[in-house]
Design a protein around this ligand. Structure first.
Ligand SMILES: NC(=O)c1ccc[n+]([C@@H]2O[C@H](COP(=O)([O-])OP(=O)(O)OC[C@H]3O[C@@H](n4cnc5c(N)ncnc54)[C@H](OP(=O)(O)O)[C@@H]3O)[C@@H](O)[C@H]2O)c1
Length: 278
C-alpha cells in the first residue's frame, strides 16, 4: 500500500522515517514518501494520488485547511478542527478527510501522566494546530482554556467558535505573552502549550518568558524536533515539566495509520525512529 506526506516545504518531515519503521516492525507491505507540493498543484496532486492507487496521505503546512474543499467527505474531526491532516482514499478513488492532531496531542500528554480533567490551560497561538489542540482540551474536560495570540482578534474568533459547542470549561481570549493578563494566566496555569512556530528555527526564543513558569506546571511544545527548544529549556530551568512535540507526531501518525488500514502500528518502533525510547 502507498502512503505519503505532502507539504511545502516537506524536506524536514520525520513522518517517512517514523511510518517506515513501524511498517518494518509489523511486517506491513507499504511505502511512505514525502512530496513537496505547492498550493496551486494541490488539486492535481490529489487526483494523481487517487489514480496511482494511494491509500492515504498526511497533509502538513500549508495544506491542512486548503485540502478541505477538495475532498469528497469530511469526518467530524476535520469539521471540528476546520482542517484535515489525514486523507483516506477509498478503492473507487473518493476521499475522506480526518484530523488526528488533537487526538495525538491528548494521547501524548496523557501518556506522560497529565490529567486534563479540571486543568487550567493556556494555549499560545490561534492557528491550525492551536485549533486542534483547543478542541482536544475542551473535549478532555479542562476547567479553563485561555487562548493567547499575538493577533488578539484570532484568539477571539477561536474562543467564540469553541463557545458554540456546549461545554463546562471557561473559555478566555488573551493578547500576546507581553500582555499582563496573559502573564497572570500563564502563572496560574497547570498546562502551557506552545502552538506557535517559535522553536522551529534553532535560534528562536522561548514562546513564553521563563519567569512566568514554575514547578508543578507542565509545558508542552508542539514543535516536532529532536533537539530541545528554548521553550522547553525555559520550562526545565523553571522547574516545570517539559514535554516536546514528538509524542504528538507519533500519536497523530499512529491514528492516521489505523484509519487507513484498520491495523495497529508499532508505536515503540515509531518513537525509536525519532530517537526516543519509551
Ligand atoms: N507535533 C506535532 O505533531 C504538530 C502537529 C501540528 C503542528 N505542529 C506545529 O505547530 C506549529 C503551529 O502550526 P500551525 O499549523 O498552527 O501554524 P499557523 O496556522 O501558521 O499558526 C501559527 C500561530 O502562531 C502565531 N505566531 C507565528 N509566529 C509567531 C511569533 N513569532 N510569535 C508569536 N506568535 C507567532 C500566529 O499568530 P498570528 O495570528 O499573530 O499570526 C498563529 O497564531 C508549527 O510549528 C508546527 O510544526 C506540530
Amino acid at each position: 500500500m502507498k502512503f505519503a506526506v505532502i507539504g511545502h516545504p516537506v524536506g524536514h518531515s520525520l513522518s517517512p522515517a517514523m511510518h517506515s519503521a513501524s511498517f518494518r516492525a509489523i511486517g506491513f507491505d507499504g511505502t511512505y514518501g514525502a512530496f513537496d507540493v505547492t498550493p496551486q498543484d494541490l488539486p492535481s496532486v490529489l487526483r494523481r494520488f487517487a489514480a496511482e492507487g494511494y491509500r492515504g496521505i498526511n497533509c502538513t503546512i500549508p495544506h491542512k485547511e486548503a485540502v478541505l474543499p477538495l475532498l469528497d467527505r469530511l469526518d467530524d474531526s476535520a469539521v471540528h478542527c476546520a482542517a484535515a491532516n489525514t486523507v483516506l482514499f477509498a478503492a473507487d478513488g473518493t476521499t475522506t478527510g480526518y484530523n488526528t492532531d488533537g487526538a495525538g496531542f491528548r494521547l501524548s500528554l496523557e501518556e506522560c501522566g497529565f490529567r486534563f480533567a479540571g486543568a487550567r490551560i493556556v494555549l499560545l497561538g490561534a492557528g491550525g494546530a492551536a485549533r486542534a489542540v483547543s478542541v482536544a482540551c475542551r473535549d478532555a474536560g479542562c476547567a479553563e482554556l485561555a487562548v493567547s495570540n499575538r493577533t488578539r482578534s484570532r484568539a477571539e474568533s477561536l474562543v467564540a467558535e469553541l463557545r458554540r459547542t456546549e461545554c463546562a470549561a471557561r473559555m478566555v481570549d488573551l493578547g500576546g505573552v507581553d500582555d499582563p493578563e496573559t502573564c497572570r494566566a500563564v502563572e496560574e496555569a497547570d498546562l502551557v502549550v506552545n502552538a506557535t512556530p517559535l522553536g522551529l528555527k534553532p535560534d528562536d526564543p522561548s514562546a513564553v518568558p521563563q519567569e512566568l513558569l514554575h514547578a508543578g506546571q507542565t509545558v508542552y511544545d508542539l514543535i516536532p524536533v529532536r533537539r530541545e527548544t528554548a521553550t522547553l529549556a525555559a520550562a526545565r530551568a523553571a522547574g516545570a515539566r517539559a514535554v516536546g512535540g514528538l509524542g504528538m507526531l507519533v500519536h497523530q501518525g499512529a491514528a492516521a495509520f489505523r484509519i487507513w488500514t484498520g491495523l495497529e502500528p508499532d508505536i515503540s518502533a515509531m518513537f525509536s525512529a525519532l530517537g526516543m525510547g519509551r
